[in-house]
Write a protein that binds this ligand. Structure first.
Ligand SMILES: [Mg+2]
Length: 379
């Protein structure tokens, strides 16, 4: 942030504290009445429209349920989001039910992130996307109060953020060709696999480009010998790594595969929360951190630090999300080896300005908090 913006934000913050303003970028159901000096949480369901139907080894869909969240404190607003791909077991109903039970007005100090997470864990053990939405909005709010983006608060160099991959789902040959053209601005192509035509898909991509690919099998390879054969085949075709090749329950088989695979094996579905880093360390080379699994930035940052300390590779990924959650995830991008932050590019109804991609590389916005502005405030 330059000096002028900093002064403007500081002045806005001071104005807001002197005269609390109610920001209402969207007409959500609000459950807590605002009290000066106390956080107010509000939320509304928002259905994400996908540009292409999303086909994975085990599912297909054209929309993703989502809940948009705000935390307001003395006129400053933090934005957050919960995205709920159906296979993760959360829904608009479960998220709004959880959020209805969250009363942030009991916390006099918004900087008690650890206490707020402990409190959310006491409400229910799971609900990870719901917790992430509160965590993201809280980080946005706190960063705005401090006047700094989170990568800076963590002391990270934003130029160390890697390129992001761009995902090509399982589809018919002509659609795949079209998607490879769409992926031309990106330096890495992520290929979703796990069906019978896996090799055909890669052959089509290789007929059009020699850019590196990474592969996400989404647990699609049941047999370890077949998985190993695929890893060797992919290694000859400029593939960087393979994500979740085998079902998450098959830990011993995955360890067997990892010992023999020429490519790094990255945990996604196997890996959810912080204690899973240690469990993954024996069978996987790396972890894929996603805010909707990690309950937000607080734990995501700790996961990245722990995994690096254990000598593991770190990847940051996302669900289909607006630029709100994707830009929040980008704050830890300088800590990772690989990034898959294209979720906002896969939807047709984004509502935030945030993360940018230049020559395939992630550009983290130089704005306080998680770095987003609602599009409605830019027009
Ligand atoms: Mg994955």
């Amino acid at each position: 942030m330059n000096r002028r913006n900093f002064l403007r934000n500081t002045a806005m913050g001071a104005m807001a504290i002197a005269s609390p303003i109610s920001f209402s970028a969207f007409g959500e159901a609000t459950k807590q009445t605002g009290r000066p000096g106390r956080m107010k949480l509000s939320f509304e369901p928002y259905e994400l429209q996908l540009r292409h139907s999303f086909n994975l080894a085990k599912f297909s869909r054209t929309t993703t349920p989502d809940v948009q969240v705000k935390i307001e404190l003395d006129g400053i607003t933090g934005y957050g989001e919960a995205s709920m791909p159906p296979y993760l077991g959360e829904s608009v109903e479960s998220v709004t039910k959880f959020l209805s039970q969250v009363d942030l007005s009991q916390f006099a100090d918004p900087f008690r992130i650890e206490d707020i997470h402990e409190y959310m864990e006491s409400i229910a053990p799971n609900n990870r996307a719901a917790k992430a939405s509160v965590d993201i909005a809280l980080h946005d709010l706190l960063g705005k109060i401090m006047g700094q983006p989170w990568y800076k608060i963590w002391g990270l160099d934003p130029t160390k953020a890697p390129s992001t991959s761009f995902t090509i789902g399982i589809d018919k040959a002509d659609v795949v060709r079209q998607k490879v053209d769409e992926a031309s601005p990106y330096n890495v192509i992520k290929v979703k696999m796990g069906l019978d035509n896996d090799k055909e898909l890669v052959d089509i991509i290789r007929s059009k480009t020699d850019r590196p690919i990474c592969v996400d099998a989404n647990q699609g390879w049941d047999d370890k010998e077949k998985a190993l054969e695929m890893c060797h085949w992919l290694a000859e075709r400029n593939c960087l790594f393979v994500e979740q090749p085998m079902p998450k329950e098959k830990l011993d088989e995955t360890a067997w595969l990892r010992e023999r695979s020429p490519l790094p094996i990255v945990a996604d579905e196997f890996f959810q929360r912080l204690p899973d880093v240690r469990r993954a360390a024996g069978a996987y080379d790396g972890i894929n951190i996603k805010l909707m699994k990690s309950t937000g930035l607080h734990e995501a940052y700790q996961m990245a630090i722990l995994a690096r300390a254990l000598g593991m590779k770190v990847m940051v990924g996302c669900m289909t999300e607006t630029s709100c959650a994707v830009t929040a995830a980008a704050q830890i991008a300088p800590l990772v080896d690989w990034a898959d932050l294209d979720g906002n590019l896969l939807i047709a109804n984004d509502r935030f300005d945030g993360i940018k991609i230049e020559e395939g590389k992630i550009i983290i916005p130089d704005r306080p908090g998680i770095g987003v502005v609602p599009l409605s405030e830019l027009s």
